[in-house]
Design a protein around this ligand. Structure first.
Ligand code: SAM
Length: 195
């Protein structure tokens, strides 16, 4: 499904980073960052240009190839990993930062992944997330079509047990990111640190 969406010259979420990431990336210590469900690479490339050593994982090989191309065009390098997040092993105490931007995957996979994420961060490592909440279904400006793929602050607090949250909030904002995210959106934003 995602390969088909990405199969064209257009970067469907644009080539600029997600706004929440752009405004908050310095919360992550400089070092190794893992970008989950990174798609066409806009966030990974932005972080690589800020000096992070970035690995981008996604199940769409077409998206990842476009991510590599975007990195080339921006004179930086990223590592790409073609994997399904259901089986993906992020390792232990490995990352200074983990980034999850609109990583809408089924609940049972997400719960397992979030448990692994807490253990995959180094001490003082930071997890940074933005995703749509169920309220987004009323907006029709992008995001998944069903509630089971959405997140909330309450769910994230449970799933990411072990992190200290510097920020965890639900809000509405204008999400103008490529042709697929195109207006007022209902999102949850999280910045959590492993102490
Ligand atoms: C809404 S896009 C977000 C892409 C990117 N994070 C961004 O903000 O531009 C969702 C991404 O999740 C990826 N994805 C969905 N299910 C996945 C899975 N089970 N394993 C790995 N990636 C997955 C898709 O390929 C797609 O690139």
């Amino acid at each position: 499904m995602w390969d088909e969406k990405y199969d064209g010259a257009e970067y469907i979420y644009g080539t600029e980073p997600n706004t929440f990431l752009h405004d908050n990336f310095t919360a992550m210590p400089l070092g190794k960052v893992l970008c989950l469900a990174e798609g066409e690479g806009r966030n990974a490339v932005f972080l690589a240009r800020q000096g992070y050593k970035v690995t981008a994982v996604d199940s769409s090989i077409i998206g990842l190839k476009k991510a590599e191309k975007l990195a080339d065009e921006n004179d930086c390098t990223i590592e790409i990993v073609h994997a399904d997040l259901e089986d993906f092993d992020p390792g232990l105490k490995k990352w200074d930062g983990i980034v999850s931007i609109f990583c809408h995957i089924p609940l049972h996979i997400r719960k397992k992944l979030h448990k692994k994420i807490v253990h995959a961060l180094k001490t003082n490592g930071v997890f940074l997330l933005e995703a749509y909440t169920a309220a987004q279904l009323a907006h029709g400006t992008g995001g998944p079509p069903t509630e089971d793929l959405m997140m909330s602050a309450e769910l994230l607090r449970e799933e990411l047990n072990g992190l200290e949250f510097k920020q965890l909030q639900e809000l509405e904002r204008d999400v103008i990111e490529g042709s697929y995210h195109s207006g007022r959106g209902a999102v949850v934003q999280a910045i959590g640190r492993l102490g």
